[in-house]
Design a protein around this ligand. Structure first.
Ligand SMILES: Cc1cc2nc3c(=O)[nH]c(=O)nc-3n(C[C@H](O)[C@H](O)[C@H](O)COP(=O)(O)OP(=O)(O)OC[C@H]3O[C@@H](n4cnc5c(N)ncnc54)[C@H](O)[C@@H]3O)c2cc1C
Length: 507
């Protein structure tokens, strides 16, 4: 069973009908191809859309080919629906925690999962005109709906039509990987492609993979009222993040009721009349449960199949299409961007890689992917956001660090908000104030990390952040306070004694 390859969104209610009418209009007629395009883009997710519209805006003749839904994962089965659910789950948490703020909620407050999902479908449909086939046509892009594949050195075939190109871009994204777990192929399971089509809250939900998607959904569904079992082979959640940052999230998830089965070994899945039976050893102890639904969120597989890459000499492997630092594939006329070729599988990364491809493919630019400073965030409660270096990676890069950490429990606004779990941590190059990395754990860490990303991009040091007035009281003051911590280290004994002498003389 492979639920990943067929489009899961069905036009069964007015919201989905609106969505489909925008992103995969059933009556769409592909245009007559131009004799030759400056750029043919395969894939209409963020990477493909930004490439196509940016290039067309600069006067290029552009064709965009999309086989399922314009907007790709982000709009249809990724960021947008997941963040709509997270928002609803936060509302549930606010109601449950209302007592802490002196508010009594009369008994009987319940979660209407059907309405939560309906709200998500409505918001997704409301956002969809932005990515619609018609909008891109109006912006000067020739939109072809259908699967694209290379058929010759300068040719892409879609729906029986041939599109000739001077340059091409592969932006076909990625899908949920099916890890080699005994029994997985024999049991029904959800991926991000089908999760958002649920209409009933699973009483028991198993989730495999405690990365960002697994954690975000585990916490949300636990807040909605599912019994959630989160299985992870590694130690703890969010393997990429600093351990103390991940531990804060893990504790919060456990408090919300998520049962985390980490250091999981010998996971086995079997069919059960009530759903899926899941057996796993966690920390050496056997654990067994039957779940009504199982979500697999254990990594992503690049969409390289059926593209005819061999026809055009484009090399690809398990990590996707091989590209150099200028995002050029092994065929110098063909570029790639987004999840298909990037270790940074985020919408904003796809967006900025696309901008880089436009420069390099159309204007012989020399922009490098390695120069992009890419932050990211996981939208649990609290959120974890990061940019640049982690402390653990610094030795391998030969960089020595000074680190400044400001706990949120010393920040007035965080105290007033009841959101004291977390910190802002900034790494600078030793002996300087040059910011080389930062981690934020906070209710809205994804918003806070932007300031530190700007500082890195604009080469503004931590000293400048310390001297920048932030409104009081805000949680962003935690960032300014890391600047204060840095400034205090500049107060050497010599400087201090000179100042004391000056002040004594002034008395
Ligand atoms: C549940 C979930 C939550 C996420 N949340 C966030 C988040 O909060 N923030 C964030 O930054 N990122 C998030 N992401 C990641 C984000 O969705 C991706 O990084 C982003 O969608 C990548 O864009 P892309 O254009 O590279 O690929 P995609 O969005 O996958 O688009 C690729 C497109 O190519 C099409 N295609 C494939 N093969 C062909 C072909 N042969 N011919 C024509 N078309 C083809 C596909 O149908 C698809 O529409 C999330 C992902 C998931 C799954």
């Amino acid at each position: 069973m492979n639920e990943n390859l067929s489009p899961p969104i069905q036009p069964w209610d007015s919201h989905n009908r609106k969505l489909v009418a925008n992103v995969a209009p059933p009556d769409w007629k592909n245009p007559t191809p131009a004799s030759r395009y400056n750029l043919v883009v395969i894939g209409g997710g963020t990477a493909g859309l930004v490439t196509a519209v940016g290039a067309a805006g600069l006067g290029a003749k552009v064709a965009l080919v999309e086989k399922h839904f314009m907007g790709g994962d982000c709009l249809n089965v990724g960021c947008v629906p997941s963040k709509a659910l997270i928002r609803a789950a936060r509302a549930v948490a606010s109601v449950r925690e209302a007592g802490e703020y002196g508010i009594t909620i009369p008994p009987g407050a319940t979660v209407d999962f059907g309405r939560v999902m309906q709200r998500m479908r409505q918001l997704r449909a409301d956002i969809s005109p932005h990515d619609s086939a018609q909008r891109f046509t109006d912006l000067g892009v020739d939109v072809f709906l259908g699967a694209g594949r290379f058929t010759g050195p300068d040719a892409v075939m879609v729906g029986g039509q041939t599109l000739r190109f001077s340059k091409a871009v592969i932006a076909t994204g990625a899908r949920a990987a099916a890890p080699p777990i005994p029994g997985l192929a024999d049991v029904p399971y959800l991926t991000n492609e089908t999760l958002f089509s649920l209409t009933e809250l699973p009483k028991r939900l198993g989730i495999i993979g405690a990365g960002p998607i697994g954690c975000e959904m585990a916490q949300s569904f636990a807040r909605f009222g599912s019994e959630v079992y989160l299985v992870e082979t590694g130690h703890g959640v969010l393997a990429r993040e600093d351990r103390d940052a991940a531990q804060i999230v893990q504790t919060a998830m456990e408090r919300d009721g998520v049962r985390i089965l980490c250091c999981g070994k010998d996971l086995k899945l079997t069919r059960d009349p009530a759903g899926v039976r899941l057996r796993v050893d966690s920390h050496g102890q056997g654990f067994e449960v039957v779940v009504d639904q199982l979500l697999v969120a254990a990594g992503r597989a690049p969409n390289v199949e059926g593209l005819g890459l061999e026809t055009v000499g484009v090399e690809a492997g398990k990590k996707g299409v091989k590209v150099n630092d200028r995002l050029q594939t092994t065929n110098s006329r063909i570029y790639a961007c987004g999840d298909i070729c990037s270790p940074f599988q985020f919408t904003h990364a796809a967006d900025f890689m696309a901008r880089l491809v436009i420069q390099n493919a159309l204007f012989k630019g020399r922009a490098r992917a390695s120069s992009l400073i890419i932050p990211w965030a996981t939208y649990t409660s609290p959120e974890v956001a990061h940019v640049g270096l982690y402390e653990k990676d610094a030795p391998a890069k030969g960089i020595e660090l000074d680190t400044f950490t400001q706990e949120l429990n010393q920040v007035d606004r965080a105290i007033l908000d009841g959101e004291t779990e977390g910190f802002v941590r900034v790494h600078v190059r030793k002996g300087t104030d040059e910011i080389v990395g930062a981690t934020v754990v906070a209710a809205h860490a994804g918003d806070l990390i932007g300031e530190l990303t700007l500082a890195m991009k604009g080469r503004l040091g931590l000293k400048t952040i310390g001297g920048t007035i932030h409104p009081y009281p805000t949680q962003a003051e935690a960032i300014r306070k890391t600047g204060d911590l840095y400034n205090r280290t500049r107060l050497t004994p010599l400087v201090k004694s000179l100042m004391q002498r000056w002040l004594a003389w002034q008395r």
